[in-house]
Design a protein around this ligand. Sequence first.
Ligand SMILES: Cc1cc2nc3c(=O)[nH]c(=O)nc-3n(C[C@H](O)[C@H](O)[C@H](O)COP(=O)(O)OP(=O)(O)OC[C@H]3O[C@@H](n4cnc5c(N)ncnc54)[C@H](O)[C@@H]3O)c2cc1C
Length: 436
Amino acid sequence: MNTDILIIGAGPAGLAAAAAAAGSGLQIDIIDDNFMSGGQIWRGGAHTQSDPRALALWNMLNNCHHVRFHFQSKVIHASHKNDEIEIIVETQSRLEAQVFIAKKIILCTGARELLLPFPGWTLPGVTGAGGLQALSKAGYPVAGKRVIVAGTGPLLLAVAASLIERGAEVTHILEQAKFGQLSRFALGLLATPSKISQALKLGRSLKQVIYHADSYVVSAQARVQADLTTHAQEQVGSATVSILGEIQEIPCDLLACGYGLIPNIDLAAALDCKLEDLENYEKVVVNEWQTSTQENIYCAGEGTGIGGVDLALAEGRIAGYAASGQNAKAQKYFNDRKKWQAFAARLHRSFALRPELKQLCVNDTIVCRCEDVSYQELRKHTDWRDAKLHTRCGMGACQGRICGAANRVLFSWKKDAGRLPLSPAKISSLQDLIKS
Ligand SMILES: Cc1cc2nc3c(=O)[nH]c(=O)nc-3n(C[C@H](O)[C@H](O)[C@H](O)COP(=O)(O)OP(=O)(O)OC[C@H]3O[C@@H](n4cnc5c(N)ncnc54)[C@H](O)[C@@H]3O)c2cc1C
């Protein structure tokens, strides 16, 4: 399928990019591996959200005859072909892979959660913070369950609020950042009044929850089965936590623990876009027009660095206008982007990870859950490649998406990004790939 502009990711950045580019009349195609538009924050469909920006974008795009959506479609391969870009997509509803040839592409592949291992983190009932939010939005029952939400960042508040909305009893929010850092972040919100009203709204729905700064989960324990003859599956029953340096055990039915977000950069890396190395992750390098170091490849949203929905929308608009030759319109969003970039910088400073989180694993703590590789086995190695070759760490179903990021924090190992195919694919798709 040939197209003028191919957008990967139908989250806020991808939708904003498509809406901006749509005015040019060019053919625009949007690919996303989800069932619907919306990405992470507008999960369940942009058309179902209370945020009016989501509905406005969806309505506008849904009525555009030269904009096509391709859902449940996952990019598995990407390459440069002369002046164009070839993207190979595996679609759930089709047997054969689909090939897109685009003049320009805009990467809006978003972010995923950073999960850090601790003893007991593989117990059923222990999830990422955003992970539990996504599960509950998809129907996983949380009503009546006692939940501890832990980790770092403002996402913890949004997660707790959305779990409470679905009937969960969120007992604690444990934020690893220290109180002083949080106070400075709160003061900084004066520069972005819309975030203050958002914080106040969240505060109202979290009135019953105990919030601790300077606190983190040390380990999780399984519930002791009262009747040992039953074969009920082990489940988390409590968390041992450090609250202001004091160790306590808190009972829970679910433990949702996430240490912020990291950009999805594999597709950009596969297309040889330059990445910038930050402390815990890499991000795509872009210029003022959101163009990557590769001609005709743009990037917007969390891929260029974690900044939240407002920055994703501003960058998406700039990328969409610039890719469709409407630079004057793109320029109008430069100030907006600058404002949200400043917010993002404050976010990073305030929620930097504390060193204690690197010391939580014990010898038998599993770090790579796909291949059951323990902390003890990994410690013998000097880098990611060495560990991978000797232990199969990162070679399972998630291809290091979880343990690769964790190992970067634990051992400062850099994972090889952008290996193709980008994710496990059907044999028939791989055969199509060889043919193309
Ligand atoms: C689990 C989670 C929960 C979050 N919850 C909140 C919240 O409650 N409140 C809040 O303010 N912020 C939340 N965020 C942050 C929020 O998602 C972002 O700020 C915002 O959505 C960024 O928009 P984006 O368009 O850059 O990325 P995203 O919204 O992440 O959209 C990226 C899209 O690209 C798709 N994609 C990625 N790779 C491929 C591929 N290879 N092939 C096809 N499709 C692909 C993804 O499926 C996704 O739909 C959450 C983030 C995560 C990871």
